[in-house]
Each structure stands twice: as C-alpha cells, then as structure tokens.
Write a protein that binds this ligand. Structure first.
Ligand code: C5P
Length: 232
C-alpha cells in the first residue's frame, strides 16, 4: 500500500517580504508561520510523516519548540538554491534514509500557506489517491486579467476562461516527481515539472483562504483567518 508523505520546502529567504527573518519564521498568532502548515498536515491521519527542508545555513529552526509534532516531523538541512532544488534534495535525502518508496505519494506544501484547511487537504488526497498522474489544489481565477506592456499600460485583456491559480499541496508519486524535477529548470511549482513530461496533473478545487503569504499585508490577513478559526 502506498503511503502519503508531506514535504515542506522552507529554505527560501522570502525577499519580497522585506524582512531579515526568513518568511517561514515570521510570527503568526504567536507561532512561526510554518508551524501552522505543519499543524494542519500533522493532524491528518492519512499522512505518515512531514519532511521539512531547511537551508543548510538555517539559524532559526532550533529557536522554537516543535515537540508537539513528535517523530511525525522530520527535518532535513539540505535546501537548494531554488524551490525545485529544495524539493528534489528533500526527496533524495528521504530516499537515502529509506523513509520513502518510489510509489509513495508526496504532498509538497509551501511553508508560506498557513491557512490550508484539513477539509481541503483530505479532499486532495481522496480525489487523487487513485489518479495516474497526481495533481494540486487550485482556484479558478476570479478577477479580469490584464497583460501589461513594459510601461504598465494594458497591452490586452486575457481571457480567464479555464484559468486557475495553482496552490499547494501538490501531490505526486515519489518516482514521478523525482524524475520530473531532474528534467526541468526555471519552474515555480512541482506541477510544471510534471507537465513538462507531457502529463496533465488534475486541478482539485480549493479556496482563497489557502493563499501564499508573500507581501507584508498578507501576514495580517492570515492572522485574521487563523484567529477567526481558533475563536469561531
Ligand atoms: O519564494 P516563494 O514564496 O515562491 O517560495 C515558496 C516556498 O519554497 C517557500 O516555502 C520557500 O521557503 C521555499 N523555497 C525553498 N528553497 C528555495 C526557495 C524557496 O525551499 N531556494
């Protein structure tokens, strides 16, 4: 029986956030941001282990208490120069330690998506568990999309028909994802690597709560969402 593992690449610096502290450690409801993503993954009975991939030079992880997550949380100090490198290095390390089989499912989730709900997570797993390819959480684009020229003037309006915003987790079998990441460069998510093999990952409907904290104002919004969840 294939198992399900989560992998959180958390070796980025979060430069768009304009903070000295890497984004994954910014405080959100009294915890580092990554804590919230780990917590949702930890609560799922379907997930065997959560791998967190940190930069080899990480100086912050040990400043916090992770004991709640016990042995289900496994940390690797093998982050790379890009997100894809960090994911690939994490997969390679997990395989070297015999923690993973080729047919196991990997759910790659951004440290900077703290508002993932258990409902969406379980739906993703249930929808894809028998899928040939795998897939990801995503939301249909709601806004009208403008393509600009180099001077911030509208060059044209893009059709939003069949356009989705990709989120995470992105769920693929270990062997396929490893092969895909070995074969691509300049990608910003795992699905792109799989698409480059000519495959068509499935889009599983998510919601706007699972947004990526990227800019300073996003942090306040994430805080409101988590506060509301804790005190409904
Ligand atoms: O920068 P961005 O928000 O796209 O990063 C998405 C995720 O990839 C974050 O969790 C970040 O820590 C991670 N990442 C990584 N290694 C890198 C760059 C980004 O693990 N070299």
């Amino acid at each position: 029986m294939s198992k399900f593992f989560a992998l959180i690449p958390a070796a980025g610096s979060g430069s768009r956030m304009g903070s000295e502290l890497p984004k994954q450690y910014l405080s959100l409801n009294g915890k580092p941001m990554i804590y919230h993503a780990i917590n949702t993954l930890y609560q799922s009975q379907l997930i065997t282990s959560i791998f967190v991939v940190l930069a080899p030079s990480d100086n912050d992880w040990l400043k916090y208490d992770w004991s709640k997550f016990s042995e289900k949380l496994i940390v690797f100090l093998c982050g790379g120069t890009t997100r894809a490198d960090s994911v690939l290095n994490g997969l390679t390390t997990a395989k070297k330690r015999n923690l993973l089989d080729a047919s196991d499912w990997i759910l790659v989730h951004d440290a900077a998506r703290p508002c993932l709900t258990s409902i969406r997570l379980e739906k993703l797993i249930n929808d894809l568990a028998d899928d040939e390819v795998g897939g990801l959480l995503a939301v249909p684009v709601a806004d009208t999309l403008k393509r600009s020229n180099t001077k911030d003037r509208i060059a044209h309006t893009e059709s939003r028909e069949n356009l989705w915003q990709a989120q995470t987790p992105q769920m693929f079998r270990c062997a396929l994802l490893t092969h895909a990441l070995h074969n691509t460069m300049n990608i910003t998510d795992d699905a792109s690597a799989v698409e480059a093999l000519g495959l068509q990952p499935k889009l599983v409907l998510s919601d706007a709560y699972n947004f990526k904290v990227t800019y300073p104002q996003d942090l306040a919004l994430a805080e409101l969402i988590i506060q509301k969840r804790n005190n409904p």
